[in-house]
Design a protein around this ligand. Structure first.
Ligand SMILES: NC(=O)C1=CN([C@@H]2O[C@H](COP(=O)(O)OP(=O)(O)OC[C@H]3O[C@@H](n4cnc5c(N)ncnc54)[C@H](O)[C@@H]3O)[C@@H](O)[C@H]2O)C=CC1
Ligand SMILES: O=C(O)[C@@H]1CCC=N1
Length: 269
């Protein structure tokens, strides 16, 4: 069956997903987008060859609606959509924190809802999208969501109770790595390297480490031990990381992200 998919709210993650779907082979004729500003709608038409429509028309024309507005805008969007969304539609929400029940209770009875937490590396087909079924979503609906998000990276099904944790880990995760790269580039400057070189060295170290983590099958501790020579340089750095409580800071940071996701659950956090 050929699906028509609408992305409602094409900001950073909505556009990243849209571009990925087109790369994955979706025909732009089967994709619709909605945007708040007309200039933005035209930009998306020019860039991707997709039809910008109103939220109401998206609900009428598409069988699959991907809601990619901020959690705080979700209530208003659902009020706008509810007269037009029939229960033969699949509604996929990418919003942090918003439970499927929040969406179900604002739409027609029995509307299937799937909650997905993607991340921005969908832009380079290395996304991680964590998927949960709402109370009316069937295995077929989950498989359809996996087909969409699997085209731009990996997918994982989890119970909805784990979505706030997944948001803290993989949804926000890329930001932590960018932050580390930024900080380590600053360290390179302190050590006297030109900024561009410092950036390149640390980015390649990150890519090498990421590929080894993914492909070697080794535990991260083993990989770190292989770098850490007796009385060498790495252990001096690790001692400083431990002295500064970096491990505890990361645990606290992800706990804060999980807590914020929970706070957003009301949709007006
Ligand atoms: N940025 C990220 O890495 C990720 C974001 N998300 C989730 O995706 C959602 C969007 O986040 P971002 O893309 O970062 O925010 P954003 O602010 O870049 O995008 C939201 C877009 O929705 C539009 N919008 C708001 N109300 C609308 C309406 N009624 N009709 C049509 N368009 C409307 C806004 O104009 C904006 O372009 C959030 O719920 C967030 O939790 C999920 C995973 C990762
Ligand atoms: O920061 C946020 O709220 C969104 C959700 C996960 C990544 N970005």
């Amino acid at each position: 069956m050929t699906h028509t998919v609408a992305v409602l709210g094409t900001g950073k993650i909505g556009e990243a997903l849209l571009s990925g779907m087109i790369r994955a082979g979706w025909n732009p004729a089967n994709l619709l987008v909605t945007a708040r500003r007309p200039e933005r709608a035209e930009e998306l038409r020019t860039r991707y060859g997709v039809d910008p429509v109103s939220n109401a028309d998206a609900a009428k024309r598409a069988d699959t609606l991907i809601l990619a507005v901020k959690p705080q805008d979700m209530g208003r969007l659902l009020d706008e959509l509810s007269p037009h969304v029939t229960s033969d539609r699949l509604v996929i929400s990418a919003a942090a924190g918003i439970p499927t029940a929040f969406i179900e209770e604002r739409l027609a009875a029995n509307t299937p809802v799937v909650r997905v937490m993607p991340n921005t590396p969908v832009l380079v087909d290395e996304g991680m999208s964590v998927i949960s079924a709402g109370s009316h979503a069937t295995p077929t609906h989950l498989a359809h969501a996996e087909e969409i998000f699997g085209g731009v990276g990996k997918t994982l099904r989890v119970p909805e109770s784990q979505q706030d944790a997944a948001t803290a880990l993989s949804g926000s995760g890329p930001a932590y790595f960018y932050y580390l790269v930024e900080a380590m580039t600053d360290a390179g400057i302190l050590l006297g390297l030109p900024r561009a070189q410092a950036h390149d060295l640390i980015v390649q170290a990150a890519i090498g480490a990421a590929v080894m983590l993914r492909d070697s099958g080794e535990h991260p501790v083993k990989l770190r031990e292989a770098v850490t020579s007796p009385a060498g340089t790495t252990i001096s750095a690790i001692r400083e990381l431990e002295n500064h409580g970096v491990r505890a800071a990361l645990i606290a940071a992800l706990e804060a992200a999980r807590d914020r996701s929970r706070e957003l659950a009301s949709g007006n956090g």
